[in-house]
Write a protein that binds this ligand. Sequence first.
Ligand code: TYD
Length: 192
Amino acid sequence: MYIVFEGIDGAGKSTQVQLLKEWLENNGFRVETLVEPTDSEVGKLIRKILQRPDATTDSVQKTLGLLFAADRMLIMDEIEDKSKIFISDRSFISSLAYQEPKEWIEILNKYVKKPDLLILLDSDVKKSVARTSGEDTFENEEFLIKVKDNYLKLAENYTTEIIDASNGINKVSSDIKKAVAPYLGICPDCIQ
Ligand code: TYD
């Protein structure tokens, strides 16, 4: 199973990916986590470009669309193992939410695995921006309002659980467990 976490910068994805991993392992599953951008050469280049002040301009966004697709393609073989659950912090759905145009991003990601389950952490833009380092050009309110709106529309195309991420870490984590349990046949009483 390929579970993907998505949400705007500062929504708390990395913390929740880790908490879900630990809980699934305690329930006897073999779990691997992934994060995009990755730590590959392409991923490193992406992280540099994200800090450019012109990162939101059309030409840099198109360049990022290409690089994100290439970076992602490098890890596609890893998620073929059917005996494991893969939980990913971001996916091609981030490209659809952050980059344009949609049709072109879809072509670039044609051979990328689609999630079996999308967990969308829906968070308040102001609070989320305050949680970021502010180093990346995308970490600004105006841009992320658009991204949040894109995510809510994109969610309709996948098997999605939308989680209110404005609550405390433990409440969000337990909401995620409750949402994921039915997909894995875990009894609801096992969720604390
Ligand atoms: P993120 O994991 O949020 O960065 P960090 O852990 O350094 O805070 O991802 C980096 C940024 O890249 C984030 O602003 C979202 C953006 N992004 C895209 O624009 N398109 C993509 O396809 C992906 C995977 C990420």
